[in-house]
Design a protein around this ligand. Structure first.
Ligand code: F6R
Length: 247
């Protein structure tokens, strides 16, 4: 594992965008695994900026997103497909047919999860998976207790995740109770993983995930078993790691 320390969110976003752009330049038709949430917003903004300056070309890039709420589709401004278009895809030259996101409007969970696993296989697997991390150590929607051996599946969201995500909805009651998510196994099959973490409220999760025991109770701790993981974090997110004298 490599750790890049960033002074602040802007520096973190720039570093993460640098790593993604290196991937795109080295392999123009690479498969990027992408995430939603607050953490990658700055990274996407930086990539858009470099694209506008002519430094990056996404014409051949393929993408697969981590997850989507069950019941939400492109028309819903809380859906992850909407988020990705608004914050990234609509501003770069990625081809519509190269964008892949679980289809939240498909209520047949088994069929949708199977379809999505086939999509990931058909594009040849993920070259670089971008991840945020939940306060409880979740990655994608793989909550504490998630089995490490799962591919795409349907999950019931925990109260803590509903609480954390309600900021994007009118109220906690409006947050969908289920999501389709790549499983830990799907994520671990990515050839490279880039996890970004910002802010004090991620400090314990970062410490437990990268320096605690590998356990399903902290889903991101499984990343310790991956051979190519980069953590880009700001000083706040690294504060517990520092407090333990580990960096
Ligand atoms: C998003 C995702 C989630 C988030 C995590 C952190 O696609 O799968 O695991 O990465 O909840 O969210 P933020 O970045 O909003 O703190």
């Amino acid at each position: 594992m490599r750790i890049y320390r960033a002074d602040n969110y802007q520096a973190l976003s720039r570093k993460a965008a640098n790593i993604i752009s290196a991937q795109v330049i080295i392999k123009p038709d690479c498969v990027l695994g992408l995430a939603t949430g607050s953490s990658p917003l700055g990274t996407y903004a930086q990539l858009i900026d470099w694209y506008n300056k002519g430094d990056l070309d996404f014409a051949e890039v393929r993408s697969v997103n981590l997850d989507e709420y069950v019941g939400l589709g492109p028309q819903s401004d809380q859906s992850y497909v909407y988020f990705m278009h608004k914050n990234f895809f609509d501003h770069i030259n990625i081809k519509a047919e190269n964008i892949n996101i679980p289809d939240g409007t498909n209520r047949d969970a088994e069929a949708e999860c199977w379809r999505y696993d086939q999509v990931i296989e058909r594009v040849g697997g993920i070259d670089l998976q971008l991840l945020g991390i939940g306060r409880n150590g979740h990655i994608g929607f793989n909550e504490p207790g998630a089995a490490f051996e799962k591919f795409t599946h349907c999950v019931n969201l925990t109260e803590s995740t509903i609480e954390a995500n309600k900021r994007f909805f009118a109220s906690a009651d409006d947050v969908p109770r289920q999501a389709y998510t790549m499983g830990i196994c799907s994520i671990m099959h990515a050839r490279k993983i880039l996890l970004i973490a910002a802010g004090k409220d991620k400090a314990e999760a970062v410490y437990q995930s990268f320096f605690g025991p590998v356990t399903p109770n902290v889903p991101a701790s499984v990343l310790q078993l991956h051979q190519d993981v980069i953590l880009v974090a700001d000083e706040d997110a690294l504060s517990e790691v520092k407090a333990h004298g580990l960096i």
